[in-house]
Design a protein around this ligand. Structure first.
Ligand code: ADP
Ligand code: MG
Length: 677
């Protein structure tokens, strides 16, 4: 067998099992070995029967007798009495009728399983059992637990990997040998073997260290190379005009927060340099990113350059254009809107103004990257909600400049520091942590679904007082899950029962982009009172008159997602409420729901989300699915620092990556994913 062989060449894998494995992403023997455990159960300590404590345990015992019987239809019980030199114990298996025959009296087995109280006595429930004289896969060791699917169990995967494990020695090394030595890292094959079959906790830790190190190293190399490339480019320098900045700030209807001041200052410094700015501004919803963008644009326009500000939806682009009109017009930099739904004649005029350089400040959607748009002297690009754009789209906008423009990216997704360091370690990041003064935190409550009617009454009185409300559902259409989870169902019910006569809109991702924009626009204009929606409303829309939100089946949403959703209300000066409906009121609310109810600090919640769900959650939000950090713990700042340092030293040493083909290929892919300009 070879690593590249199809999975069907593994003994015991037929066409049917192969289909299931492929669904898990396992196509070859290599993929199988690369399928790392999600977690482990430690059964490596073998206890004596007389010392047993409740919990996961392993004992080494012989079977006296085992009998099986049906207690009723569909319910089979196997009972056995097993013993070691210190005592004996009752073992029970449910619906595993083969057990009684399989267990040989007098033979020594390892039994690993849960020792627990059941029907007023302690017993060992559904343990795995393996002959001591065999190589144990499921007992008496640290047992890997794999992500399973509907058709494949973790036990099956364990068995298949057990059969292929000798092949790990054929895995080629990916890291320079000097690096392994210097950082005391296991070889790749040792590490993969130990991930599946660790001999000890120490060995497992060493394996995780090696693989985690490699993940961070790859990311760091990618961002360092991106940074090198960026620094080698020359851009147009934009001088800072202090009087202009002061005049602009003076006409604002509010005082800038200290964070806003600081970030604007950083941007001005970046733009004065010869190398292009590549800065990401992270600011929670409502932290005031737009005015920061405006101040960046102001300086670039004063210098005679054009500025393009791209937003992910028409609605957002229009909203920006309207806000920026009043801010920028007094400085001769009124925005020109360019969106897809404009008429051909309107677009044609816009193109002419852009090409002639008459238009200084273009605000729009993807329409800005259409072929017909020919910029005059594009000096600065601003991308709002940057994660909503693909690499290609950002590149297309930059290509309009004909040279390297300054790039300012904005995001409302708070990225915890540890993650930002690994992801964008070499990028310039600014954070708007502070909220503008006078904001009232959105009061958030967890409510049982049985109280739904009371909440609908709350909507009713909110509408009567002239307000608006959101109802968010996890699904579009009814499924076998509860019907209240579906936006279509809730929409129909509100129309027919609780809110007869009120103007209700339905918004979800299956609608066409123009349709979505139209509905959102109606809600903004208060032509709709209630918007029933799925998570599509997450992105930065401002409806200051909407101060009530109900989120159906809140358990189904991630923490960061709930926070983003909640950010849609409380954008005016009035107190706002967010009700999280729990569809299962028998269980206490989860840690993440309690967290969201008690905090409105986006960064704190993101850190928590990272702890609870791991980096996948945040990558999901950032659409960085292409990046999978499977091993490294982002809380392991020591390892991260060490690997980042190793990446720097590797590049400084003058060694070339090309020598390490697999590493080079991965770094290349990551460069595309993590590059912001
Ligand atoms: P986001 O960061 O979510 O894009 P916006 O830029 O849309 O936030 O700002 C949200 C609201 O806060 C806007 O109405 C804006 O005018 C207002 N705002 C911005 N900065 C301040 C400030 N320093 N003080 C008071 N209000 C501010
Ligand atoms: Mg915004």
């Amino acid at each position: 067998m070879k690593l590249t062989d199809d999975i069907e060449s593994v003994k015991g894998v037929g066409p049917q099992l192969a289909v299931g494995l492929r669904q898990l992403g396992i196509r070859t023997v290599f993929d199988l070995l690369d399928y790392l455990p999600r977690r482990y159960e430690d059964y490596s300590d073998v206890s004596l029967i007389q010392n047993l404590r409740p919990g996961p345990i392993t004992i080494r015992a012989t079977v006296k007798q085992a009998t099986g019987r049906y207690v009723r239809r569909g319910m089979h019980i196997t009972e056995a009495v097993i013993s070691d030199e210190t005592g004996s114990l009752r073992v029970v298996w449910f619906n595993q009728p083969y057990r009684a025959k399989a267990l040989k009296a007098g033979e020594a087995y390892y039994f690993s399983g849960q020792y627990e109280l059941s029907h007023q006595r302690f017993q060992l429930m559904n343990p795995s059992a393996e002959l001591v004289k065999d190589f144990p896969l499921n007992t008496a060791r640290i047992i890997p637990v794999y992500r399973q699917s509907k058709t494949i169990t973790t036990n099956q995967i364990r068995k298949l990997i057990g059969a292929c494990i000798p092949l790990v020695s054929a895995l080629p090394e990916t890291l320079p040998s000097a690096m392994l030595l210097e950082h005391a890292l296991l070889s790749r094959s040792e590490a993969i073997r130990a991930m599946h079959y660790p001999d000890s906790r120490e060995q497992l830790m060493a394996a995780r260290r090696r693989l985690g190190f490699e993940e961070v190293l790859e990311l760091s190399l990618a961002s360092l190379l991106n940074k090198q490339e960026n620094a080698a480019e020359t851009s147009l320098t934009i001088q800072f005009d202090e009087k202009l900045a002061r005049d602009f700030v003076a006409q604002l209807p509010f005082k800038l927060t200290d964070d806003q001041r600081k970030v604007v200052w950083q941007i001005y410094q970046d733009m004065q340099r010869k190398s292009p700015m590549n800065r990401l501004v992270e600011g929670d919803v409502g932290s005031g990113k737009t005015v920061v963008a405006a101040m960046a644009a102001l300086m670039a326009i004063k210098e005679g350059f054009q500025v393009a500000f791209m937003a992910p939806t028409e609605l957002l682009a229009k909203q920006h254009a309207a806000t920026l009109q009043s801010l920028m017009e007094p400085f001769g930099a009124a925005p020109l809107l360019l969106v897809g739904t404009m008429t051909t004649a309107q677009k044609k005029r816009a193109y002419e103004h852009i090409t002639s350089g008459e238009a200084k400040f273009m605000v729009g959607t993807h329409a800005l990257i259409q072929e017909k748009v020919d910029m005059h002297t594009l000096g600065l690009i601003i991308v709002d909600e940057q994660h909503r754009f693909g690499v290609e789209q950002r590149k297309a906008l930059m290509a309009k400049a004909g040279h390297m423009p300054h790039v300012l990216s904005l995001t409302a997704t708070p990225i915890p520091r540890s993650l930002a360091l690994t992801l964008y370690g070499e990028l310039d990041i600014s954070v708007l942590a502070e909220k503008p003064a006078g904001r009232i935190a959105v009061a958030t409550q967890l409510v049982s679904h049985t109280k739904r009617d009371a909440l609908y009454a709350a909507i009713k009185s909110e509408l009567d007082a002239g307000g608006q409300a959101f109802v968010v559902c996890p699904l579009i259409t009814e499924s076998d899950a509860s019907e209240m989870m579906s936006a279509e169902h809730v929409y129909a019910e509100l129309q027919q029962k609780q809110l007869v006569g009120d103007r209700i809109g339905l918004l979800h991702s299956k609608l066409k982009a123009e349709e979505k924009d139209r509905i959102m626009q109606q809600f903004v204009a208060h032509e709709l009172d209630v918007l029933v929606a799925t998570t599509v409303i997450e992105v930065g829309v401002d409806v200051p008159n909407a101060n009530l939100m109900i989120i159906e089946s809140a358990e189904r949403f991630g923490l960061s997602q709930l926070h983003q959703l909640r950010g849609r209300v409380g954008r005016g000066s009035k107190a706002a409420h967010c009700y999280l409906l729990l569809s299962d009121s028998t269980r206490p609310p989860s840690k993440r729901l309690r967290a969201i109810a008690s905090s409105t600090d986006g960064f704190r919640l993101a850190e928590l989300d990272l702890e609870i769900r791991g980096p996948g959650a945040i990558y999901g939000a950032l659409q960085h699915g292409a990046l999978d950090l499977r091993v490294v713990q982002l809380t392991d700042t020591k390892l991260i620092a060490e690997a980042r340092q190793a990446a720097k030293e590797f590049l400084e040493s003058g060694e070339t990556l090309l020598q390490y083909k697999e590493l080079a290929a991965r770094v290349k892919r990551l460069r595309a994913v993590t590059n912001l300009n």
